[in-house]
Write a protein that binds this ligand. Structure first.
Ligand code: CAA
Length: 265
């Protein structure tokens, strides 16, 4: 399936179960206007429909990337910033939809990742960056703060000093520093970036999909609740996973010394 929405390209690789959403406003460095926010949501929903008619889990992972040579996303569209359309027309923000999406979403970052673009990446489950990428919260230069939880996310990942430095100074930091601070999972050399991201995504997509979905839910619960409640939640997820065919397949494959083939059942 290759599908075009107004500002987003959607593709699906049947063999690996990997969807790709390409934010496609390269002339504006993929800045987030209302249309792009809506199209990211519509693209994710259309990928999720793959699971509806599947026997098991068809969609194993989603890659979110930016079109063009220069940017993942340069943040909110400053031109349409104060207009009503800037937020998109959906009841839920694209940040929420990414965070709550059942399959893991990987931000593939090659270039500028700023403001709402960085918040979009932070809403994803993984961030993989090319070495020339740069990160920052320039909102302070516009007299505002990152409005979708950017400071909260960075504080959790990298601590309060880094969160305040990024948001109060508005400067860009390198991919290397973003990696050192724990804001991105991996930084790859430019000439290896495509292959490394592909390998990462292929391996993730081959993992037991119901377990991966449960781990995403568990990780989300961990930031919302106390330890006791979180552990109780994990116990329930664990009990459910014990009943799955994937668990039986994983155990059988281990006993037979072969690679498991998970179907998401
Ligand atoms: N909104 C709209 N257009 C943008 C944009 C943005 N956020 N960022 C870049 N563009 C446009 C530029 O206006 C330019 O368009 P034209 O060719 O028509 O002039 C084009 O993209 C290329 O940009 P530059 O020529 O500026 O490219 P550069 O390489 O010299 O600089 C940059 C790149 C450092 C990212 C610079 O464009 C910049 O600082 N952009 C603004 C970044 C920013 O402030 N983002 C935060 C917005 S606020 C926010 O994100 C908060 C929120 O979600 C609520």
């Amino acid at each position: 399936m290759d599908e075009s929405l107004e500002t987003v390209l959607v593709a699906f690789d049947d063999e690996r179960g990997v969807g790709t959403i390409t934010m496609n406003r390269p002339d504006a460095l993929n800045a987030l206007n209302g249309q792009l926010r809506d199209d990211i949501i519509a693209g994710l929903e259309s990928l999720e429909e793959r699971n509806a008619n599947a026997d098991g889990v068809a969609l194993r992972a989603v890659v979110l990337e930016g079109a063009g040579e220069k940017a993942f996303c340069a943040g909110a569209d400053i031109g349409g910033f104060s207009s009503e359309s800037a937020g998109g027309s959906s009841a839920r923000s694209h940040y929420d939809v990414i965070r709550d999406f059942p399959a893991p979403v990987i931000a593939k970052i090659d270039g500028y990742c700023l403001g709402g673009g960085l918040e979009t990446a932070l809403a994803c489950d993984f961030r993989l960056a090319s070495e020339d990428s740069t990160f920052g919260f320039p909102e302070v230069n516009l007299g505002i703060l990152p409005g979708a939880g950017g400071v909260q996310y960075v504080e959790k990942l990298a601590g309060p000093s880094v969160a305040k430095e990024l948001a109060m100074f508005g400067n860009h930091i390198s991919a290397e520093r973003a990696g050192d601070e724990g804001l991105v999972n991996h930084v790859y050399a430019d000439n290896e970036f495509e292959d490394e991201v592909d390998d990462f995504v292929t391996e993730l997509a081959g993992q037991a999909p119901l377990a991966v979905q449960a781990i995403k839910k568990s990780a989300a619960m961990a930031v919302q609740t106390g330890l006791e409640e979180g552990i109780e939640y994990d116990r329930q997820l664990f009990a459910e996973l014990l009943e799955t065919e994937d668990h039986a397949e994983g155990a059988a494959a281990f006993g037979e010394d072969r690679e498991p083939e998970f179907e998401g059942k």
